[in-house]
Design a binder for this molecule. Structure first.
Ligand SMILES: [Zn+2]
Length: 297
């Protein structure tokens, strides 16, 4: 008799959990005043690969590599590129990757122009949103990364007045891919766009070692790359097997628990990350990139 009572109780509790989960699906999000740059992926051996500015030259080869290693990534696309690369956009989605918004024309959104003409700011995001939304209708959350991480507090207020755009989580920063740093002849960090520019012309192998060392130093993180460069795809061909061999797993932004804090039920207080006063005074409309890899090779 007691066992039956216990079973009934377990079933009842199970139903309560399901009901609670259902209730939680009415979530809401908002643009943040500052770039989001704490992801808590360090020491987890999880890496979120994020590709900006495409779809472009390198996208096809990158998609082939991700498929080969069964890795899912996040693509912050430009609306202007989506329009001319519909086939690649389709492929990104149909192969299980997350499509995210990176504006329409890649402007510096911290410029005064956007505070004086808020309609231009809304347009930048709305035009890309209209293009990617048909692919994202089954998703709960949308993600945005500001070009150059250029962002001012006022932008959040302007965009959150739009009932559709306020469903975004962002702007999203990154941990690794900030800039080239060399210490005692070893790359301890790298940024793909900088590796390939005319002042550096580093090889995919050199650049891959910068990404590897930075990610391995933190033991996980959000990595920024650009799928508009074919050399970035060449670099990934070297980097991915090395990371896999070291035991790293790969996640999309949707799988990052820390970002779930930006979801809230209507009526709840909005999660505000802790930004101390010193950081605040240093804030110049950029990522602070505090979670910097330490030199310890
Ligand atoms: Zn960009």
């Amino acid at each position: 008799m007691n066992i039956i009572k216990i079973l009934v109780l377990i079933c009842f509790l199970g139903l309560r959990v399901l009901a609670f989960k259902g209730f939680n699906s009415f979530q809401s999000t908002e643009f943040q005043q500052y770039n989001i740059e704490y992801f808590s992926l360090d020491k987890t051996y999880n890496i979120a690969l994020t590709f900006d500015d495409g779809p472009g030259k390198g996208t096809e080869k990158i998609l082939n590599l991700l498929k080969k290693y069964n890795i899912k990534a996040t693509f912050f696309v430009l609306g202007s590129q989506v329009k001319t690369h519909a086939h690649l956009t389709n492929r990104i989605v149909s192969e299980g990757h997350l499509l995210a918004n990176h504006s329409y024309t890649h402007p510096q959104l911290a410029k005064n122009t956007y505070r004086l003409h808020p309609e231009l700011l809304i347009q930048e995001l709305q035009k890309t949103h209209a293009l990617i939304k048909p692919y994202l209708d089954h998703k709960n959350d949308y993600y945005f990364r500001a070009p150059y991480a250029s962002w001012f507090e006022a932008n959040a207020k302007i965009l959150n007045q739009d009932p559709e755009l306020r469903k975004y989580i962002g702007p999203i920063c990154w941990d690794v891919g900030r800039k080239i740093e060399i210490y005692e002849d070893q790359f301890i960090d790298a940024a793909d766009w900088e590796c390939w520019d005319k002042n550096h012309r580093f090889t995919p192998k050199e650049c891959a070692s910068g990404y590897f060392n930075a990610l391995d130093n933190l033991k996980g993180g959000v990595a920024l790359m650009h799928d508009i460069h074919l050399k970035t795809a060449d670099m990934l061909e070297i980097l991915l097997p090395e990371l896999i061999q070291q035991g790293y797993s790969f996640v999309t932004l949707e799988q990052i628990q820390e970002l779930k804090k930006y979801e809230y039920e209507t009526g709840d207080l909005i999660y505000q990350p802790q930004v101390d006063s010193i950081e605040n005074s240093q804030y110049k409309g950029r990522c602070l990139l505090k979670n910097k890899p330490k030199i310890q090779l």
